[in-house]
Design a protein around this ligand. Structure first.
Ligand SMILES: [Zn+2]
Length: 361
């Protein structure tokens, strides 16, 4: 995927930099790990520090000192998941800040303006992520609104140009809950609007994983092959591989960073919980095959100790390793696809992931 801050190879994993920072890791470390693109959350950045501050710094890239690509969401998902007293109307959504209770309104037009001010390489349309479960009537109504909002975002995108002289792309988001007929309507309407890429939203919200794969596969067939497809908010290493096999190119998830901060480490032989006593005297690295800074220099026993005594370094080292693992997985997937041996490679990775999972989380 070409952006004005460089080429991003797919499949890609985007570390989540919610508030302009990927938690517990420095930007230079992200570069070192091979992160190609990070995600910023419009809702959080709009509330704090505010878009005027970011605009005065020349946009999000300048403000956070990151000159690689950035994707920003529209803020919709956080409004629906974090705020109470929200009101969805045709014009937009009114919500109360989770920080100080102040009232704000996001419209399709305003989220485009905000993302123009942020200057992200990939911007997302405002959508309603329908809750799970939801009945078909709700999903239909919600999807109608999401399509009208997408069209208004598309128009605002045409009218309101880039602030910083670099090109920005806009992605549509396919919604429709678990209903194929609504997903189809959604995809068809969005494809007509000719977005730069397409996301599949409203999955990984509590539905069974098989249903998530089924809907992903169904939507994929409706989206243009030459444009990036982004499966939002997914997921575990297993989820990523299954979704890549189903044609997905882009992923974001808090799992590697959040789990890392909870002493849950991903390895090639499954995940392990460093709080478990079994690691107290274990001088082996977290993942013997991993070449990250954490695995090259430190033992499970040392990391466990850092977690036990609540040292900040524990969070940093765990985050480095978990992101390193996810980014490695994407690079290997890229290679396997090019060598036309993805299915075989996926099988070997998945059987590896299952081997060490006995008795650990
Ligand atoms: Zn490592």
């Amino acid at each position: 995927m070409e952006t004005s801050h460089g080429l991003v190879e797919t499949p890609m994993f985007m570390p989540v930099g919610t508030q302009g920072s990927v938690k517990a890791i420095e930007q230079r470390e992200l570069v070192e790990l091979g992160a190609q693109i990070i995600l910023g959350n419009t809702y959080h950045l709009y509330l704090r520090p505010g878009v005027d501050v970011i605009e005065s710094a020349g946009g999000l890239h300048g403000f956070i000192g990151w000159n690689k690509p950035i994707l920003t969401d529209s803020g919709g998902y956080q409004i629906f998941s974090l705020t109470d007293l929200r009101e969805i109307e045709e014009d937009g959504v009114t919500f109360r800040s989770h920080v100080d209770g102040s009232t704000h309104v996001f419209t399709p037009e305003s989220v485009i303006t905000i993302q123009r001010q942020l200057g992200s390489d990939v911007m997302m349309v405002l959508d309603e992520c329908a809750p799970h479960p939801c009945d078909i009537e709700y999903a239909q109504r919600s999807n109608g609104l999401t399509i009208r909002w997408a069209e208004r975002c598309r128009n605002a995108f045409e009218q309101d140009g880039s602030r910083y002289g670099h090109a920005q792309g806009l992605f549509g988001i396919v919604q429709g809950s678990i209903y194929r007929e609504i997903r189809e309507l959604s995809a068809q309407a969005l494809v007509k609007m000719d977005f730069d890429g397409y996301a599949i939203g409203g999955l990984a919200v509590g539905e069974p994983v098989e249903q998530m794969y089924e809907i992903t596969e169904f939507c994929e067939a409706l989206l243009p092959r030459e444009k990036p497809r982004y499966l939002m908010g997914v997921g575990t290493p297993q989820n990523l591989l299954e979704s890549i096999e189903r044609g997905m190119d882009m992923f974001d998830c808090v799992l590697p960073t959040r789990n890392g901060r909870n002493a849950n480490l991903f390895t090639r032989t499954g995940s392990l919980n460093l709080r478990n006593a079994v690691h107290k005297t274990d001088l082996s690295p977290v993942d013997p095959e991993c070449t990250c800074y954490t695995c090259k220099n430190f033992s499970r026993a040392y990391l466990r100790h850092l977690f036990q005594v609540k040292e900040i370094l524990a969070l940093q080292l765990a985050t480095i390793h978990n992101l390193s693992f996810y980014l490695w997985l994407m690079r290997e997937a890229h290679k396997a696809i090019h060598q036309r041996r993805f299915a075989e490679w996926k099988h070997s990775i998945l059987s590896g992931l299952r081997t060490g999972q006995v008795g650990i989380q």
